[in-house]
Design a protein around this ligand. Structure first.
Ligand code: FAD
Length: 290
């Protein structure tokens, strides 16, 4: 199908983009990689009167550490994360997830920020960002809001963004101490959305777990933070028993639907197994980290 008729704006400054969003309100949509918005428009699930293309905005392309954060600009593509040296050396959960997102075509165009703004419960970045405790910076003409990821992901295809806001960057806390991470994704075939996926991030101190982050993909109305499982690991030794209990608690936090990809019980079981495997991988990586 063809999209409904729309106007197209390609501002060259953030101020102009924000002014267009103020002017058109809910009739406008930000266009980044277009990997989710354009299919929705073609299916007529979305029919914005105006597209505000942010691809010419300066300064939104960077992925770099500063002031204790890894700052991922709004135009950073999945492929940029996949190729990033700093991500590979210091952000293992992001490094594990990036190559598992769809296929090279989508990874070359789609953005991390767009993925979070789209708030698809089957999106991979939501779970990853929950596991690392990320924040989203959203700019409007009225100022900047910094939103913790668990508040940013509100519901199915619903983020905390207002129509007049542009995500300018996603902030991931810089790791301290010994770290490990993993992203385990079950998909029907390479390039598919997850049937179930689990993001795990661990920080170790003196042989114990100082911080555990666990995010779940495609097993609820939005990406889920397995908070009880995280809490059960705080201060614990990285043993199989501790990981089994975290797997049990994470499975209890999941709220999957039975569908052609598997029953709800099966998906819950995959969550438990993936959490245990991910924690074991992350703990082993943290133990061997410099
Ligand atoms: P767009 O499509 O441009 O926009 C998506 C939404 O976010 C729109 O509502 C738009 O207004 C808003 N938006 C975008 N950027 C901003 C911003 N900076 N500020 C405010 N609002 C913004 N994703 C996965 O996670 N895992 C997969 O396995 C996967 N498989 C896919 C397979 C296919 C065939 C396709 C087409 C997509 C797949 N995706 C998958 C989705 C893909 O990752 C998209 O790139 C991502 O969801 C959206 O990023 P985008 O930059 O393309 O956003």
């Amino acid at each position: 199908m063809l999209p409904a008729r729309f106007d197209y704006e390609r501002p060259s400054s953030l101020a102009d983009a924000l002014s267009l969003l103020e002017q058109h309100g809910e009739d406008a949509k930000v266009l980044a990689g277009g990997m989710s918005l354009i299919p929705l428009m073609k299916l007529r699930f979305a029919a914005p009167a105006v597209l505000v293309d942010i691809n010419d905005l300066p300064d939104l392309n960077g992925i770099a550490e500063s002031d204790g954060w890894l700052r991922i600009g709004a135009l950073v593509r999945h492929h940029d994360v996949e190729q990033s040296d700093v991500v590979h050396s210091r952000y293992p959960t992001l490094a594990a997830a990036a190559p598992l997102i769809s296929d090279p075509l989508v990874r070359n165009r789609g953005t991390v920020a767009g993925s979070l703004a789209h708030a698809d419960p089957a999106g991979d970045w939501g779970a990853v960002m929950l596991s690392v405790g990320a924040q989203v910076a959203a700019q409007s003409a009225g100022g900047l809001r910094v939103i913790p990821i668990q508040d940013f992901l509100v519901d199915t295809f619903t983020s905390a963004l207002e129509p007049n806001e542009v995500v300018t960057e996603v902030r991931v806390p810089a790791p301290t101490g010994r770290n490990g991470g993993a992203y385990l994704k079950m998909e029907r075939k390479v390039g598919d959305f997850a049937t179930v996926a689990v993001a795990v991030s661990l920080a170790m101190e003196d042989g114990r777990i100082a911080r555990a982050g666990i995010g779940l993909t495609a097993v609820g109305p939005k990406n889920i933070r397995a908070a009880d499982a995280e809490a059960s690991l705080a201060g614990a030794e990285p043993t199989a028993e501790a990981f089994a209990e975290a797997g049990r608690l994470a499975a209890a936090a999941a709220d999957p639907q039975s569908d052609l990809r598997g029953s709800a019980d099966y998906k819950r079981n995959v969550v438990s197994v993936f959490v245990q495997r991910g924690l074991a991988q992350a703990a082993a990586a943290a133990a061997s980290a410099n």
